[in-house]
Design a protein around this ligand. Sequence first.
Ligand code: DC
Length: 232
Amino acid sequence: MPVIAIDGPSGAGKSSVSKGVAAKAGWGYLDTGALYRGLTWLAQQEGVSAPQEISNLVRGNKLNFNLDPLNPMLVAIDPDHKDKIKDLSAVIREELITNSVSGISAVPEVRAELLTLQRDLIEKSIAEFGGVVVEGRDIGTTVWPDAELKIFLTADVAARAVRRQAQLSELAEVSANSVADSLAKRDDIDSMRAASPLRQSEDQIVLDATYLNLEETIQALWNLIEERKLNG
Ligand code: DC
């Protein structure tokens, strides 16, 4: 029942690689960054900014994540009408959210509340799919320290900016420089916060994808899974 933890800085390709590996193995996929983004969206919708109020929003069970790697989706649930769900996948990638999410995710009360939700979703994925690939910043260090395989997926900032720019250009015109600045700023906040920062740990395997394309990165990770006989 393996848990594969994929941590690393913004734009290293964690989502595409994690989805690809989960689909290949038939496991579930959890994007924990989407939960932090969804909470940021919810806080903006409800006009709350105090740490306690934001963490209370998590307890309201208004967010859920569809763990199927072929159709991963962050949804908001209307607590009064549980059949009414709103797909947040596009809105959480907007600049307004991207610029505020690192601030909200540095708040210890928010992290503590989301920790429970993340662990519940991991357990659900193990029960439904027999395994899970989880991506974030602190999965191997804090969320699931017993993960069978822990990866620190990285790439140099210029390579990450080019990839992120290609994704964003479908939504708006952005320069590689401004994307690199925004990535570097988020990396700084995510690495320097006191609560569960992004950091490399000794039990992680570093995968540097600067010179690898998506297929090659998926294959590199797949080789590690096979070497460790984690795939059945
Ligand atoms: O992976 P992403 O860019 O969608 O993540 C959005 C933000 O959420 C990122 O700036 C840091 C935060 N995050 C976190 O603090 N811990 C995680 N496990 C996942 C994301």
